[in-house]
Ligand binder design. Sequence first.
Ligand SMILES: Cc1cc2nc3c(=O)[nH]c(=O)nc-3n(C[C@H](O)[C@H](O)[C@H](O)COP(=O)(O)OP(=O)(O)OC[C@H]3O[C@@H](n4cnc5c(N)ncnc54)[C@H](O)[C@@H]3O)c2cc1C
Length: 427
Amino acid sequence: MANTSYPASYYAASANPAPSRPALQDDVETDVCVIGAGYTGLSSALFLLEHGFKVTIVEAAKVGFGASGRNGGQIVNSYSRDIDVIERSVGPQQAQLLGNMAFEGGRIIRERVAKYQIQCDLKDGGVFAALTAKQLGHLESQKRLWERFGHTQLELLDQRRIREVVACEEYVGGMLDMSGGHIHPLNLALGEAAAVESLGGVIYEQSPAVRIERGASPVVHTPQGKVRAKFIIVAGNAYLGNLVPELAAKSMPCGTQVIATEPLGEELAHRLLPQDYCVEDCNYLLDYYRLTGDKRLIFGGGVVYGARDPANIEAIIRPKMLKAFPLLKDVKIDYAWTGNFLLTLSRLPQVGRLGDNIYYSQGCSGHGVTYTHLAGKVLAEALRGQAERFDAFADLPHYPFPGGQLLRTPFAAMGAWYYGLRDRLGF
Ligand SMILES: Cc1cc2nc3c(=O)[nH]c(=O)nc-3n(C[C@H](O)[C@H](O)[C@H](O)COP(=O)(O)OP(=O)(O)OC[C@H]3O[C@@H](n4cnc5c(N)ncnc54)[C@H](O)[C@@H]3O)c2cc1C
């Protein structure tokens, strides 16, 4: 059987030591079978184990193989759509519940890191950078909105102040969120997997779920084994394929690309980002970047609808990096990789239950590091019979992409082209 390894990313090259876990070759029984060992699956498993459930994870490749082990590493609060947009769609009561949860994921990450002593270069502080006065105005209202939900660690940055935290001439201002921050994402996932195992959870790698037998005691089939469970959690996100056809029509895998420079040295790294905050700009097709523990710049951006891998990632991302930081023109790129996230039409997560015992959460549409950690908690609550917070997500409306499976990619690309044009023209 094929042995699927990590992509050649900076994260794989600097991963903490981790065991190679066996493929499932037996028939096993468990309380909860989790499909996928990304943050959604690992966070769900941890919360369930902490409440006495027996948990088995089947992972198609390796722990953190998907977006969780390849992302920009930015701890960004709230959702990919902000709470005022949610409020207009679902009304004040449901929006209030969702708003109350919007800043919990970052706290969960910090609790996990502290409790299980996970070495993942955690740093506090994230900046949203405005390229236009309109974007800055939007950040001002976002700050007011987030403060309404009790989130107070925010500072608006004028042009002078943003220059103190990021050496990019393009920005007119920004917002600093001290409860944002950044991590080495693969090491976070590996640390969470070790925590799962320390509580008695079992993880099988190289074990794709190829079929789910539904019913009162559902069974997850892998090529060489099966797991009979009381509950199943589907956490395969953009890598799930068509395992659960009901989910595929309302979401679309998209690729985004990341590069890592050679180590910049303390002095240059300090010139770029003196406080070591991570940064994302406010464009719809946004750039995001940060320093690593060994002072490389990790720079991400670009979206490929339909998740085809672009031929030359460096050729796409390096010009974006040089536009932000012309002084990096002689710096070498050591790593370039791509990863898939899952987009929904509303850009809000797709959460729910199929029958009585198959739960899922996926599709956080770009910003998922914090949400997936929250999702694990909310799914675990639902399995324990406390579904109020789960229902607040599950009741979010979702629609199929126009054009169906065949035409959704060109339609979405047209949408992206339109938003890209808006970004460039500043309207
Ligand atoms: C390049 C990139 C950069 C990003 N940057 C950021 C960022 O800076 N900040 C942020 O908030 N968000 C970011 N995101 C989004 C964020 O990483 C994701 O939202 C989040 O990691 C999703 O976690 P997940 O566990 O749901 O999915 P994944 O991490 O993708 O995990 C799914 C897992 O399920 C496994 N799987 C799939 N199908 C099966 C099956 N049939 N059987 C068994 N296993 C299966 C996969 O192998 C995979 O390991 C980024 C995403 C990408 C791709």
